[in-house]
Write a protein that binds this ligand. Structure first.
Ligand SMILES: O=C(O)[C@H](O)[C@H](O)[C@@H](O)CO
Ligand SMILES: [Mg+2]
Length: 390
């Protein structure tokens, strides 16, 4: 079998979106004086699809969510020439070819996200060619079904957050993640706002439901050191991305500071990046996203390293390209799940673009042993809601 072409398309959402709200989610832009719509650069309202075509007629489907137009340009100009004419089953060789040839600028960030999109499509081709789901090529079914946590609860009115948390309980979720809305610039009042939001959610869900806390790189080391001891009473499952992704020493200091596990990784890349995080004991939960970290070829290597360090892997985003890694590894105990709703931050856009993702039942997801490849298709039902760039 040979790869004959790689077709990339950028889908930019033009449908209804929920208007931005202040203090929606603390984030890396908050420290800058221009507080405007600080979450603006982290809205995912576009997506790149990657279709690897082969001489057998099989087409593999991958995706990239970061900087979609740049990802498309990188794939079209640099990666496609490296994989066309090649056997998709030589996936390690092809990954190394893409990684090494773009090493000067592509080993992290959008370069590696573009490589991830091609690699995911290649694994979809292999699964389809063998008539097996991708997880069966990775390690098979390690779980009867995958526990997942509901992930939304962006900072809004506390009564609204309590109603949302209750809705996840009513759906049978045993775990959920909420977002902070305040950080260092908001001073002691912001600390109180943050603590009050956690107290409000804990009041609804009680002590027997796992609660994760998301900072999305919006704090700094000094602020996190002050607030972490105040959060211990809420016994969070983890505190996520308290500092910038480059502050690995800060992660490591916080991870030792209190009983609260520190998680991160959705902005880290390749098995080399995670080797550093794990050797420095910087995270207690690994959260790569397979469409960023280097695709399935790199993600499976991170799973193995994390397993050796006894650090659980709970990939960012759920979504099918991550579910197959979680299903196939004992190092990965559960998945994130973004509830389906009106387009807001954009994580939920995945459901408008693709179909095939499993729906959670009582807080669990399952994959089908008999659906070859990733089990994803493009959801043409919403194509008219997108500007599509070929
Ligand atoms: O962990 C997450 O789900 C990510 O950080 C979200 O995608 C981001 O939107 C911030 O919540
Ligand atoms: Mg996160």
């Amino acid at each position: 079998m040979k790869i004959t072409n790689v077709r990339t398309r950028v889908f930019e959402w033009k449908g209804h979106t929920v208007p931005p709200q202040a203090h929606f989610c603390s984030n890396a832009m908050d420290e800058l004086w221009d507080r405007g719509d600080s979450m603006g650069t982290f809205r995912f309202h576009g997506w790149t699809t990657v279709e690897v075509e082969t001489d057998s007629g099989i087409v593999g489907l991958g995706n990239v969510a970061l900087a979609p137009r740049i990802a498309k340009a990188i794939i079209d100009q640099y990666l496609t020439p490296l994989v066309v004419g090649q056997d998709p089953f030589d996936y390690e060789y092809l990954w190394q070819r893409m990684y090494r040839s773009t090493h000067a600028w592509g080993r992290k960030g959008i370069g590696m996200a573009a490589i991830s999109g091609v690699d995911i499509a290649i694994w979809d081709v292999m699964g389809k060619a063998l008539g097996k789901p991708v997880f069966k090529l990775l390690g098979g079914r390690t779980k009867e079904k995958i526990p997942c946590y509901a992930s939304k609860l962006y900072r809004t009115d506390l009564n609204e957050m309590q109603r949302e948390a209750q809705s996840y309980l009513d759906q049978g979720f045993k775990a959920m993640k909420m977002r902070f809305g305040y950080g260092p610039k908001d001073g002691p009042q912001g600390v109180r706002e943050n603590l009050n939001s956690v107290a409000a959610v804990r009041e609804v869900i009680g002590e027997d439901i796992d609660l994760m806390l998301e900072c999305y790189m919006g704090w700094n080391l000094e602020y996190a050191k002050r607030i972490l001891p105040k959060l211990e009473r809420f016994q969070p499952r983890w505190l996520e991305e308290p500092v910038l992704a480059d502050d690995i020493d800060g992660y490591a200091e916080l991870n030792k500071l209190t009983s609260i596990p520190i998680s991160g990784g959705e902005h880290e890349f390749t098995h080399y990046g995670f080797r550093q995080l794990l050797e420095q004991r910087a995270v207690s939960v690994v959260q790569y996203d397979t469409n960023r970290v280097g695709g399935i070829t790199a993600a499976r290597k991170v799973n193995a390293i994390a397993e050796a360090f006894s650090v659980p892997v709970i990939p960012h985003a759920g979504q099918m390209h991550n579910y197959h890694l979680t299903m196939s590894s004992l190092a990965s105990p559960m998945s994130e799940f973004f509830p389906v709703h009106d387009v807001e931050i954009g994580n939920e856009l995945f459901y408008y673009l693709f179909k095939g993702d499993p729906e959670p039942i009582n807080g669990f997801l399952d994959l089908d042993d008999d659906v070859p490849g990733l089990g994803l298709e493009l959801n043409e039902q919403y194509f008219d809601q997108f500007n599509i760039i070929e």
